[in-house]
Design a protein around this ligand. Sequence first.
Ligand code: HDE
Length: 681
Amino acid sequence: MSDHKQGQTKQEQLDAYRVDDKGKKMTTNQGLNVSEDEFSLKAGVRGPTIMEDFHFREKMTHFDHERIPERVVHARGYAAHGVFEVYKSMEQYTKADFLKEKGKQTPVFVRFSTVAGSKGSGELARDVRGFATKFYTEEGNYDLVGNNMPVFFIQDAIKFPDLIHAVKPEPHTGIPQAASAHDTFWDFVANNQETAHMVMWQMSDRAIPRSFRMMEGFGVHTFRFVNEMGEATFVKFHWKPKLGVHSTVWDEAQKINGKNPDFHRQDLYEAIENGAYPEFELGVQLISEEDANAFDYDILDPTKIWPEEEVPVKIIGKMTLNRNVDNVFAETEQVAFHPGHVVPGIDFTNDPLLQGRLFSYTDTQLIRLGGPNFHELPINRPVCPFHNNQRDGYGRHTINVGQVSYHKNALAENTPEPASPEEGGYEHYQEKVEGRKIRARSESFKDHFSQAALFWNSMSEIEKQHIIDAFSFELGKVESKEVQQQVINMFAHVSLEMVQEIAANIGVTAPKGGGSPVSKVSPALSQENTTKTAVTRNVAVLLDNGFHTDSVISVIHGLKKQGIRPFVVANKRGAIVGEDSNTVEANASFLTVDSVLFDAVYVAGSKQMSDRFYQQATHFIQEAFHHCKPIGAGSDGVSLIEDCRIHQAKGVITASDVDNFVDTFSDAVAQHRFWDREVQV
Ligand code: HDE
């Protein structure tokens, strides 16, 4: 089978389950043609419905049972299909077949998610994002079940239920939804100081991404690569988005949750439908067994990163998401990830968080998907054949033929039989383990603040300000003064300057002593240093009847050429008539969209602007300005920019001031935001 063929195989497999009901006659689930679907069977047209109505009963019973429990965490998610291609053979380090050969392609399915909120919650919550990838390899499914932050809140899985109980809505009120800005979460933080590093990430801009397409992904734990010789190397996995890592601002994120709570899924869906396939490069950090103890942190501690400047990220392949799901329930909802779904050449370590996850993920699918046969659901089926003696259970699809369902046997010549390692049988890495049974934290896991300080030190001024603002918002919502004070005292170990400002904002006492001895910096942690491109960015084009047709049409074309997506926004949807009677179609109106849904604004205006347009457009521009977005103005739009008194600010480009407006404006769009406006504010 060629590699390309392999890439199609998962889709061919899914094709067997895809059904298009369009143009077909309606039947019951038993295949009986239905003659009427408007009226239940009654005793007389005004009489009672009768039990005999099997069609009504079947339809209603199915409906009554349509829901399954949402995921206990990561309930709100969205997914897509794609392909992973290897740039560089990893054979030296791992025998994993899907990483062995340059150019090899493997189909993938990726689900992005928030963590705390329910299935219907807003997508712009301040939260960690899940980034779970299922590789359908020829050796079985490999799941890389990661997050968009490289560390975690806790060091031992036994504390996970406590963490999640603390962050979920408080039990006595059911408030707040999809938010950590409440007493129980911060009480947990203050009393579990291993959370310090992760909380710094969560209070940073990483927690409010601009798009799933613009976030990094991390395997978080340290895993092992194992090669053909049985030699192991410690590995951490990274996904690097080709579009760079970009975020929204908090005021904007909160408004997006109201204006379009589906903002992230819609962004992903539309990018794929438009052929702007999201791409992420896979990187690995490698540490040899000999060097395992050479660092000032324990490499098995999931609250620690391996700074990229110390352990470089080798880029080894690329994932392209190129197909939306056909059915969100069948695919996105029923997909079952598990960090224990591994292939030969990828193995675990003794990270106590990872060890606990190895139990939790199958267990949770049993309740969520209703039994042990979830691997038979089309989205979960491996592309390679699978055989064993497991049988029966709810919803079993496979018809296992034959007499024998046990091992060892003679009746079926002792098959199915385990494969030797040479034949691809999975062999656990033979790590030597010895120790006393003990419930305790390793001494080497006890430094909770050095890397939290490293993260803080590595932020740009504006990123630091955002962290202070986020803490001030979150703690500002906490009712208990004691909890607020404890958190302030705790984070004094990260930065005194930081907590002094937060304490002043929330009205508690700032500690006088404290601070961190760490002065180290890791530039890779700052989003200032990320890739910047205008490609796929949404620009609102504001215009009114009587707009300057030539310049507007040429700007719209020019922006499209740069890979930007212009959307015409006007008082009303439909045709807007230019000064020469030519029209453009407004894709949206001020009623249907808002500036928070766009990356930038181009103000085209009109010579004879209506009062309504003037008022709506100025509000739109001012909000975009406040969120530091690039703003461009054509001839008739310049007066609006001047009225808003922003024409001299950075990132505000007026056509009259520059030679090549489209190029200059596109460069500004690529910058994402002009933060010095916030500093001025
Ligand atoms: Fe999860 N996690 N988790 N988690 N996790 C789940 O499994 C769990 C952790 C992550 O899109 C659940 O199928 C424990 C770290 C993602 O379907 C559950 C611990 C990381 C997803 C579960 C962790 C993750 C989950 C809920 C502490 C990043 C969504 C539904 C030891 C490396 C996958 C489900 C999807 C989902 C347990 C910590 C990532 C209950 C016990 C660390 C991306 O099994």
